[in-house]
Design a protein around this ligand. Structure first.
Ligand code: SF4
Length: 117
C-alpha cells in the first residue's frame, strides 16, 4: 500500500499516461517503423478480419512466421479497441492480455508502495 498521497498520485498519473499512450494503426503519422515488414500488409487484409464464426487460423499462421511478431505483440497489447487479428490474437484475446498486464502493473505499484512505506 502506498501511504504517501503525493507519491501515490504521481504513480497513478504515470500509469494513466502509459495506458493512454496508444498509437493508432490507421494514422500513418503514428505508424511505427517495424510495420514496413509486416506480413499482413502483403496479403489479403480480409484474412485478418474474419467474419463472425469463421476461422482466424490462417491469420494466426501468418503471424507465427512474421518477422516483426515481437514488436507487433507489444503493440497489440495496447490495442484493445481495434477489430481484427493482431500478433496472432483476436480483439478479445488482446483485451484479456491488456487486463492481465494492467493488473500486474497495479500489483507492482502496490509492492513499490510497500517498499517505500
Ligand atoms: S504479427 Fe501478424 S498482425 Fe502483426 S505485423 Fe505480423 S502479420 Fe501483421
Amino acid at each position: 500500500m502506498i501511504r504517501d498521497p503525493k507519491r501515490r498520485a504521481d504513480l497513478e498519473r504515470e500509469l494513466e499516461r502509459e495506458l493512454s499512450a496508444e498509437p493508432t494503426v490507421h494514422n500513418p503519422a503514428n505508424a511505427e517503423p517495424w510495420m514496413d515488414q509486416a506480413l499482413c500488409a502483403q496479403v489479403d487484409p480480409e484474412i485478418f478480419f474474419p467474419e463472425q464464426g469463421n476461422s482466424a487460423a490462417t491469420a494466426r499462421k501468418i503471424c507465427l512466421v512474421c518477422p516483426v511478431l515481437a514488436a507487433c505483440d507489444e503493440f497489440a497489447e495496447r490495442q484493445t479497441d481495434l477489430y481484427g487479428m493482431l500478433a496472432g490474437k483476436t480483439a478479445l484475446e488482446r483485451r484479456k492480455a491488456h487486463r492481465k498486464s494492467r493488473l500486474s502493473r497495479a500489483g507492482e505499484l502496490e509492492i513499490l508502495g510497500d517498499l517505500s512505506a
